[in-house]
Every structure is written in C-alpha cells, then in structure tokens.
Design a protein around this ligand. Structure first.
Ligand code: DX5
Ligand code: ZN
Length: 221
C-alpha cells in the first residue's frame, strides 16, 4: 500500500499544529519528522519536544527520520515523544543492527536509511530486522533539493531483496519527491514517498497528495 509522508521541514514552523492539520485533512496518513543535529548533517532542525507537542493534535503515523550521530542515545526520548517509527542512518553509528534491535525491543517500529554515497548492499543484511528501509534521493540536511534519479537502482535492488526474502518491509524515498517523479520512484519499488516542499509549499496540499496517489505505478522489474 502506498503512503505519502509529508515532511514538516518545509512547513511554516510558526504554526506547526495548523500545518499538520492541513496535510491530515488533505489525505496524508503519515507525517515525516526530520531530526537534524548539526553534526551528522550540516543543519539543525528540531528534536523530541517538538514531536511531543504535536502528538496530541494528530492521528497521523509519526515517521521520525533521525539524522543524528549515535542515535541510540535518544531512542527513548523519541519513543516517549510519540514516534510510531524511528529511522536511523546506517552511516550514523558503529552498530546499526544493535540500535535497530533496541528500537524494536522498546516497542517501536524501526527503519534504516542510506545516504546517496552508501550502496544498497550495506543495508540488505539488515532487512529482516527492520520495518522500513529509506533510500535518500538527496544528500540529507536540507529540504528543497533536486531529486537524484540515479538512486533508483538502489531502490530496485532493495525491493528485489525484500521480495526474495518474503518480508513486509516498507521502502521509502526521501528528497525532491513530487507528482512528477512519483511514477519513477514507485515503478522502481518505493511504497512510502516523503515530500516536503512539493506538499507544504503548494497552494493546495490536498491536490498534491491526491495527484501523487494517482500517479503511482506498480513495481515494474
Ligand atoms: C532531507 C530530509 C527530507 C526533506 C525533504 O534531509 O530528510 O525529508 O525534508 O524535503 P523535499 O521534499 O523538499 O526535498
Ligand atoms: Zn527525511
């Protein structure tokens, strides 16, 4: 099943609660929350307190994307803040498998992300212990960057491995996604599409969410 996960990084931070309500009534079922520490990526966004503040005001599935070093230090904070899924970067710690296991042991869904310079092979062995794999289609750190189509072979390689192993792992793409490249990413094998600027900077976010759902294609390889 396809999920559109609007990233609040592109929302108006002065009225986050209303911005979340706008995409929730607009048909989104996930919400993407980009946490940046200024070390793993050259930008600082927000942390667990902001997520906790939004939690009582939304029924959306909270898809928390941690772009922070040594994420195991903060798993309990994000869990308590109301994360439904916590995704860590393969490049952000020495032992991603242990961190993923700790997220699941704490009763949360776990995801593993790779930045553009990291090959798919790095996370293939981790697929049996995750609920989601995330292929970054921009260098993490900032919204509004251009989509990297050359990441699609990684998406397809991961989709094939998920199918070969008979797993139910969701496959997410993040960065520069909108209506125009929805056919590309979905036919490559993605089923969770993060979109920040394309949704929050639109006049009518509901129409973008609807058009992205309509533009999705089945996995084609
Ligand atoms: C980038 C973030 C993305 C970003 C996407 O580091 O992980 O989630 O907000 O924004 P757009 O859709 O504008 O590329
Ligand atoms: Zn993200």
């Amino acid at each position: 099943m396809l999920h559109i996960s609007p990233s609040i990084l592109a929302a108006d931070f002065s009225k986050l609660r209303e911005e979340v309500a706008r995409v929730e009534t607009g048909g989104a079922d996930w919400l993407h929350l980009d946490v940046m520490d200024g070390i793993f990526v050259p930008n600082i966004s927000f942390g667990a307190p902001v997520i906790a503040a939004l939690r009582p005001h939304s029924k959306l599935f909270f898809d928390v994307h941690l772009m922070i070093v040594d994420p195991h230090r903060y798993i309990n904070d994000f869990l308590r803040a109301g994360a439904d899924l916590i995704t860590i970067h393969a490049e952000s710690c020495d032992d991603p498998a242990a961190c993923l296991d700790a997220i699941r042991a704490a009763g949360c869904r776990a995801g593993i992300a790779i930045s553009p310079n990291t090959p798919a092979e790095v996370i293939l062995p981790l697929l049996p212990r995750v609920d989601l794999a995330l292929v970054m289609t921009v260098h993490p750190g900032f919204g509004g960057q251009s989509f990297m189509a050359d990441m699609m072979p990684k998406v397809t390689a991961i989709r094939k491995e998920i199918e070969r192993l008979g797993l139910t792992v969701a496959l997410e793409v993040d960065g520069g996604i909108g209506v125009g490249n929805t056919p590309t990413v979905t036919s490559a094998g993605a089923d969770v599409l993060v979109a920040g600027s394309a949704i929050f900077r639109a006049e009518n976010p509901a129409a973008v969410i609807r058009d992205m759902n309509a533009a999705a294609l089945p996995f084609a390889q």
